[in-house]
Design a protein around this ligand. Structure first.
Ligand code: 6PG
Length: 250
């Protein structure tokens, strides 16, 4: 459970929140490449970060960001092929990666269309262990971007599912009963090993889960998957717009 308070940034609009997240990601890329020669980034799916990805893509012309030294991973995925409309990879490819000079062999989609999704999750975990520098125990992403679901899920870590308490595996596939589908997801040991975790949540439908996560009277906090984000030796930044932050006092 989170014990350290996350740094919370509240911006007036969803556009401003996306712009703040874009600036933060660019700063982390510059810093990581300057310090370690590479930046290992894990991106989030869902609808909220679409605007952020478009902004990052637009900034390419003017921005001074060493994208060629970035390795891109994905923090969760739906059980569909990459060109499927629901694919997180597909969305991120179209909105962002098609427009960035990231070398194609630096982009690592989750193989979520394998028939055996458990084997696919094991393969993705192997790739992460091979490519992302570790502290001796766990691979440490320079930045993991996450979203927040209306039920408090983050990545594909849903309430009351076994994946929440996983301690050994870094990537898992699991059947999510209320979706009636399988998802592949980073687990909390991998998320919490990151140098920086950034959660972006905007809009009215996030007011409730944000209040549960951060507000003084958060309900069912112990049941909220997002409350388990608590980097062991890293930063945790939550970026919100005013609509999402309406029921927390900052
Ligand atoms: C996904 C996700 C998921 C998402 C939240 C929020 O594949 O759907 O990665 O964790 O971030 O469900 O989704 P929205 O941004 O669409 O509200």
């Amino acid at each position: 459970m989170a014990s350290q308070k996350p740094e919370t940034i509240v911006k007036a609009t969803a556009e401003d929140a996306a712009a703040a997240a874009a600036e933060l990601i660019k700063a982390v890329v510059r810093e990581s490449v300057a310090e370690r020669g590479r930046c290992h980034l894990a991106l989030a799916g869902g609808t909220t970060p679409h605007l952020l990805y478009k902004m990052l893509a637009r900034g390419v012309v003017t921005g001074d960001v060493p994208w060629q030294d970035v390795e891109v991973f994905f923090s969760d995925e739906r059980d569909v092929p990459p060109d499927h409309i629901e694919s997180n990879y597909g969305m991120i490819q179209r909105a962002l990666l098609d427009n960035l000079p990231v070398p194609p062999n630096h982009i690592h989609p989750m193989p979520a269309d394998w028939l055996n999704l458990d084997a696919a999750a094991e393969e993705y975990e192997r790739a992460i262990r091979a490519l992302v520098p570790s502290d001796g125990m766990l691979p440490r992403f320079d930045l993991i971007l996450l979203g927040l679901g209306t039920d408090g899920h983050t990545a594909s870590l849903f309430p009351h599912t076994a994946a929440l308490t996983e301690v050994r595996r870094l990537v898992l596939s699991q059947y999510v009963p209320f979706l009636g589908r399988k998802r592949m997801t980073f687990t909390f040991p991998l998320i919490n090993a990151a140098r920086h975790v950034v959660m972006l949540a905007t809009g009215e439908d996030k007011t409730g889960p944000v209040a549960d996560l951060l507000g003084p009277h958060g309900r069912h906090r112990e049941e909220l998957p997002a409350a388990r984000v608590n980097p062991t030796d890293g930063r945790f930044t939550i970026i919100l717009d005013e609509a999402a932050a309406r029921r927390i006092s900052n």
